[in-house]
Design a protein around this ligand. Structure first.
Ligand SMILES: Cc1cc2nc3c(=O)[nH]c(=O)nc-3n(C[C@H](O)[C@H](O)[C@H](O)COP(=O)(O)OP(=O)(O)OC[C@H]3O[C@@H](n4cnc5c(N)ncnc54)[C@H](O)[C@@H]3O)c2cc1C
Length: 310
């Protein structure tokens, strides 16, 4: 529990961390000592061009296009589990905060920003996906995007799918550890309902699976935010059955055309339809330059049906 006392001591710790910037050279030396080869996946502010492009490649919130050079000490774009383990251990032993980034879609940029000195552990190189149609299961690494996962599943089978988010560039690492919801939600529930195993590197650099991490931790990483508990390397997921043909359509109504009414009625009816029909409401500004004008606002209903339109 956060009491006045420990909140004061927490603030002091932050101030101390800000005042005594950790030594990034000793962090990098530690990485090299613990695993090799690792040099080509470490980006520091000395190598300005690659550092910046590495920072920007998964910085999805355009507000944070400039890294804070006073706080961000290095980016480690891990290519191997040993890189992840070394980064966790070396950040801890050097008193540096670790931010783990997979798809970089965190709304507040928490995977690549911090108010105290930190390093980014970038997972985008760890993005392999293995689909096993016969068992209706797949392993997906944290750095893979949802779009890549959907494509791989579709290549393997046209009647299997995975219930997760609608945005194809969201990363499996952050999305699944946060819960996840999308077009198949009404029929199949949320994303974490379909996670059956995971690989996680804990705070001591130990590689764990469901059986070794225990059910409490396995429960926590499915919705509690992975970064609070370790670094997710990969998820084992259950695939669900879908018909070969799906139908998608959208209805757009400006305010003049009764857009407000459509959005209002959507609330009343969308839960009453069969589970095969998913309707998503999206209030939209059509022309941001003229967003005060009523005709530039509309209600959009995006629908998907598990089956043919006939
Ligand atoms: C355009 C857009 C569309 C979206 N659409 C949907 C949607 O349809 N459905 C839905 O449910 N959500 C949606 N989201 C929310 C999205 O699922 C979350 O923001 C999610 O956390 C992003 O994951 P990421 O890996 O892309 O982001 P990141 O910024 O990389 O990570 C997000 C958080 O997870 C942590 N994290 C990332 N990788 C790991 C890892 N390997 N191990 C441990 N912790 C990790 C990060 O430290 C950070 O705290 C959307 C977000 C955006 C920006």
């Amino acid at each position: 529990m956060l009491t006045k006392e420990n909140s004061k001591s927490f603030k002091k710790k932050i101030q101390k961390a800000e005042a005594t910037k950790p030594n990034s050279a000793s962090f990098i030396e530690c990485l090299r000592y613990r695993t090799s080869p690792i040099t080509d996946v470490i980006f520091t502010a000395d190598s300005t061009t690659t550092f910046l492009s590495s920072y920007l490649s998964y910085t999805k919130n355009k507000r944070y296009q400039s890294p804070d050079y006073n706080k961000l000490l290095a980016i480690v774009a891990a290519k191997h589990v040993s890189h992840v383990q070394a980064t966790v251990v070396c950040a801890k032993s050097n008193g540096i905060q670790l931010r783990t980034r997979s798809g970089g879609h965190d709304f507040e940029g928490l995977s690549y920003r911090s108010s105290i000195p930190f390093v980014i552990l970038d997972m985008h190189n760890l993005r392999s996906i293995a689909v096993d149609v016969s068992s209706k299961k797949a392993w997906v690494q944290a750095g893979a995007t949802l779009g890549e996962l959907y494509t791989k599943i579709n290549e393997a089978s046209q009647t299997l799918a995975f219930p997760a988010g609608v945005c194809p560039t969201v990363g499996a690492g952050g999305h699944i550890s946060g819960g996840g919801y999308g077009n198949l939600m009404r029929k199949y529930g949320i994303t974490v309902d379909h996670v059956v195993d995971a690989q996680l590197v804990d705070v001591n650099g130990k590689l764990l699976r469901r059986a070794t991490m225990g059910e409490d931790l396995f429960w926590a990483i499915r919705g509690g935010g992975g970064a609070s508990f370790g670094v997710i390397l990969s998820w084992k997921i259950n695939l669900v059955e879908v018909p070969k043909i799906l139908t998608v359509f959208r209805v757009n109504k400006t305010l003049e055309q009764g857009g407000t009414d459509v959005l209002y009625k959507w609330q009343l009816v969308s839960t009453k339809f069969p589970d095969d029909l998913f309707m998503r409401a999206w209030p939209q500004v059509v022309n941001v330059r003229n967003k005060r004008r009523r005709e530039n606002h509309r209600g959009c209903i995006l629908c998907s049906v598990l089956g043919s339109s006939r």
